[in-house]
Design a protein around this ligand. Sequence first.
Ligand SMILES: [Zn+2]
Length: 128
Amino acid sequence: MASLIDKELLEKAVRLHGHLGPFLVLGLKMSLRAKEILGEKPEWCGVETVNCKPYLCVVDGIKTVIESDIVTVKEGEGLAAKYGGADGKEVVIRVKKALVKKYAEGPWEKCEEYAHDVIQSNDKQLFE
Ligand SMILES: [Zn+2]
């Protein structure tokens, strides 16, 4: 149940966003998981997170996978996203609190290292 990120998808996300970081990759992984559960590409996404960087880097990761601009952000704690499919099905993906805290509070120099941590983590390690 690992939502694997291929090189092409990662490069596309970095091109869109401008740099590689853990929240960008979390956005990719959350969206791939949602796609897997819904059985189709989500049509929209509502993110609940802290309304500042680096948390908001997640939005470009989400947009890369769902290929839609319908991504809304609501202020909240931690990091969670609700995805909707064409037939009204919805799914919520929530990232483990301790990881969100670690990646948000980590030093900027660790940004890429953390991103690779996320790439190598499986869904069970990342999500609640
Ligand atoms: Zn960023």
